[in-house]
Design a protein. Structure first.
Ligand SMILES: Nc1nc2c(ncn2[C@@H]2O[C@H](COP(=O)(O)OP(=O)(O)O)[C@@H](O)[C@H]2O)c(=O)[nH]1
Ligand SMILES: [Mg+2]
Length: 393
């Protein structure tokens, strides 16, 4: 006797993998579990590889590759939006979007292939305008999917927001205000924050990670220099950069900006300490894009809401449950490949190149989309995908 427990028998083909499956439910005691495993192994059973159950489910056709990958995404989902996204993929949302595209690509390919093989048999000549329109249609769909990838990444991994700027402009104060705690040390002394301080909030079901950084300036102290190096690292990796400006002394903050070479398409300018000034538009006459400026005061709390809603705007989760979003780098790579192949087809048509070359590209596009759903994947790809899974899934 090892334990008293429950044995669940799940006959195929209705089990998770489609095979006959038995589950032991026992008490969660480590030595008990080891003993039970010992007994089972002595009976010729072995522990599962990571992702093996899902791999088997895939092999038996219980799910396609996008659904198998969604299992792992669901386990790892951070936040509500990521969970919904994974669930949509698990129930076939992405596949049902890809299937008609693959079909269209195949039929385009076959149209060309038929004319290659039976050129003398009097097949009507190709309706070129219609053909070109169909190619452009699929290409548009692929482009939309590619556009959704960044959005998908935010849903899955969350949004990283960097609070940067020179010392003493109120970066740590803003972090605390956004987190509604005293997470970071705030003092009137320049150079208080030396390390990156991280905090997390949730907006629209998405994880938003906030990074408070050491103020960027010419520093001699080795600790501060290291702090500034880390600030630059955070800037490098952030999705959104908030460059803080002391509204009561904007020149200095903006001077430092010139030396910092920020990626402007990801940067917004927050004029803090508005309680100290009388102007409404402190950016006037300054060389910053006006439509990227916000005002606030961490002291009074006025404007902090505005910063939060700016972050919300940047999240853009799919509004309806219908939107299909690419979340995986593997999928993105294949869609990109298909997209390029269709670009090539368009070039070949324009250049009046032979059908053989069109067929080659169309086939490549169809195969790339098929690979997303797990068709014709090289054996090594399965290993790459499933070894990332947790054991027992
Ligand atoms: N008057 C005023 N002072 C502020 C405001 N925000 C921060 N401070 C003060 O500015 C100083 C530096 O703030 P801190 O958050 O440490 O700046 P950091 O170096 O950029 O992290 C502290 O004395 C804060 O109390 C604000 O909105 N108004
Ligand atoms: Mg600070």
């Amino acid at each position: 006797m090892i334990d008293k427990g429950l044995l669940l028998a799940m006959p195929g083909p209705h089990s998770y993998t489609s095979e006959d499956v038995v589950e032991f439910h026992v008490h969660g005691n480590q030595s008990l579990l080891s003993l039970l495993m010992e007994v089972l192994v002595s009976l010729g059973i072995r522990p599962a590889e990571p992702g093996e159950f899902t791999y088997r489910a895939f092999t038996y056709g219980r799910m396609d590759m996008t659904q198998a990958e969604a299992v792992e995404a669901l386990v790892l989902a951070q936040g509500d939006a990521a969970r919904r996204q994974a669930l949509r993929q698990l129930t076939g949302g992405l596949s049902s979007h890809l299937e008609p595209m693959e079909e269209s690509l195949k039929s385009l390919y076959l149209k060309i292939e038929a004319r290659l093989e039976f050129s003398e048999d009097g097949i009507p000549s190709l309706d070129l305008p219609k053909f070109e329109k169909e190619v452009a249609g699929v290409k548009d769909e692929l482009q939309k999917l590619l556009g959704s990838y960044r959005q998908g990444k935010v849903i899955r991994e969350g949004l990283a927001v960097a609070l940067v700027g020179p010392p003493n402009v109120g970066k740590s104060s803003l972090l605390n205000a956004l987190l509604e705690t005293d997470r970071a040390i705030v003092t009137p002394m320049a150079g208080t924050t030396r390390d990156v301080v991280e905090g997390e909030i949730r907006l629209k079901g998405v994880r938003v990670r906030l990074f408070d950084t050491a103020g960027i300036r010419e520093a001699k102290n080795v600790v501060e220099v290291e702090g500034i190096r880390r600030s630059r690292q955070v800037i490098e990796e952030a999705d959104v950069i908030f460059w803080l400006v002391d509204a009561s002394n904007p020149e200095e903050s903006l001077q430092e900006l010139k030396n910092s070479s920020l990626p402007l398409e990801r940067t917004w300018f927050l004029f803090n300490k508005m309680d100290l000034v009388h102007t409404k538009n402190p950016w006037e006459g300054k060389s910053v894009p006006q439509d990227r400026c916000l005002v606030l005061s961490c002291q009074t709390g006025k404007g902090v809401e505005g910063v939060l809603s700016k972050v919300e705007d940047l999240i853009q989760t799919p509004a309806s449950g219908e939107d299909v979003v690419l979340t995986s780098a593997r999928h993105q790579k294949e869609v990109q490949q298909a997209f390029h192949a269709l670009e090539n087809v368009q070039g070949l048509i324009k250049g009046k190149q032979p059908y053989e070359l069109w067929a080659e590209e169309l086939k490549e596009a169809a195969l790339a989309i098929g690979r997303i759903r797990g068709r014709n994947l090289p054996a090594t790809a399965f290993e790459d995908i499933f070894t990332k899974f947790c054991i027992g899934k």
